[in-house]
Design a protein around this ligand. Structure first.
Ligand code: AMP
Ligand code: ZN
Ligand code: FE
Ligand code: FE
Length: 280
């Protein structure tokens, strides 16, 4: 059974519609796929219709932009109640922070002599719950300023580059509590990417487990073999679920193909507990 627990659609910064994503997941031979758009659950209904049609299991999730120790950390939430008021209001705050940053980002680019407008960016962000840096990057590609999303981040949009603007992100411990209170399961996404490795020590991960964290995304393209081994040992010590996933963004992220990393069925069963029916 092939299980991929982290993917993005056009409802955030992926390039597939939720329907296309599910169709592509079936084509890639996946049995289970989680849709985990950034800070949004708006793709779930469309994805579920497609999943029922193509005969694949959909896990409903999201990837939340959080902050821990002044660093950006991403938290995966699986199967929370999508009507939970406290969760929704904090997600709205994150989405608003991203959306409100757009004029400032564009002003920075304009200062550099790059005349990209809000309309240019909204033309590429379309269905997205909020317009983020990847959409600005896509608009820069359309305008012929850069050749790829990666080049746009490298030259303009990464922290330290001239068009980078900070934004609001949720407090990590608070968000773990919100996901759990909404009946969801909280898993740290790619915990040891460059941004978060320094702050997410084994000790801190232990503290997060006490707050309600249940898993670590160990198998992810941003982790090399040594990193995966070290994280696997931490997960074992703390009895956390070990997940693996692609972090697929369609054509938005090269090499992150559906199923490139997967989650073992026994780990998925532990993660989904009372929703284990999803794995049958
Ligand atoms: P934002 O929420 O607007 O700050 O954008 C963050 C998103 O941009 C991340 O979740 C990634 O999907 C994407 N991203 C971040 N860094 C890069 C990069 N160096 N190259 C391409 N995409 C990136
Ligand atoms: Zn993304
Ligand atoms: Fe992420
Ligand atoms: Fe992601």
């Amino acid at each position: 059974m092939l299980i991929d627990l982290h993917t993005h659609s056009r409802r955030s910064d992926g390039t597939d519609s939720p329907t296309e994503l599910v169709e592509n997941a079936a084509r890639a031979g996946l049995d289970v796929v989680a849709l985990t758009d950034h800070d949004a659950m708006t793709g779930w209904d469309e994805a579920q219709v497609a999943a029922d049609r193509v005969g694949i299991t959909l896990v409903k999730g999201l990837e939340i932009s959080c902050r821990y120790g002044h660093r950006g950390v991403h938290l995966l939430g699986y199967e929370p109640d999508p009507t939970d008021a406290a969760l929704l209001s904090e997600l709205e705050r994150v989405l608003r922070g991203r959306q409100d940053r757009l004029p400032k980002t564009l002003a920075r680019l304009n200062d550099l002599g790059i005349a990209i407008t809000e309309a240019d960016v909204l033309a590429v962000s379309g269905e997205a719950a909020a317009t983020g840096r990847p959409h600005v990057a896509d608009a820069l590609v359309v305008a012929g300023v850069v050749a790829s999303r990666d080049e746009a981040f490298e030259r303009f949009l990464m922290p330290g580059r001239p068009a980078y603007v900070d934004r609001y992100a949720a407090d990590l411990e608070h968000m773990i509590r919100l996901v759990v209170a909404a009946g969801g399961r909280a898993v740290l996404a790619h915990p040891w990417t460059r941004q978060s490795r320094k702050v997410l020590t084994a000790e801190v991960i232990g503290e997060l487990a006490e707050v309600g964290l249940v898993g670590l995304e160990v198998d992810h393209n941003d982790h090399d073999a040594d990193t995966r081994a070290a994280l696997r040992a931490i997960a074992s010590d703390l009895d956390l679920v070990i997940t693996g996933s692609s972090d697929y963004h369609g054509t938005g992220k090269v090499g992150y193909d559906l199923g490139v990393n997967t989650t073992a069925p026994d780990q998925a069963a532990r993660l989904l507990r009372d929703r284990v029916d999803l794995l049958r």
